[in-house]
Design a binder for this molecule. Structure first.
Ligand SMILES: [Zn+2]
Length: 107
């Protein structure tokens, strides 16, 4: 397991950030994919944007974007709201169980 998966297991969504060019490195890696410098790990903002969504059975799956750089897939909780692309959402939960699991809620 890498650092990313380890932190997810503890409910923390972290990403690697280059210590040289300050770029978020996605997918997470120990080295920058632009300048090959080392990275530091930091928590990602929980405020995201809805990019795409699809309903399957009674679950809404979506792609959400964070910090204009990271796109992840997860389950979307809408409450009484109807989702539309571009809407703001929050990351409410994450986990790692053989694969990454993310749960979002519309703002
Ligand atoms: Zn870099």
């Amino acid at each position: 397991m890498n650092q990313f998966e380890n932190e997810l297991k503890n409910g923390k969504f972290v990403c690697s950030e280059c210590i040289n060019c300050n770029k978020l490195v996605w997918p997470p890696s120990d080295f920058c994919n632009v300048c090959f410098s080392k990275v530091k790990w930091r928590q990602v903002s929980k405020n995201g944007t809805l990019i795409e969504f699809a309903k399957k059975d009674n679950v809404i799956f979506c792609i959400a974007e964070f910090e204009n750089a990271i796109r992840i897939m997860g389950e979307l909780e809408t409450g009484i709201k109807i989702p539309s692309i571009g809407q703001d959402l929050n990351l409410v939960q994450c986990n790692y169980d053989d694969k990454e699991k993310f749960f979002f809620r519309l703002k």
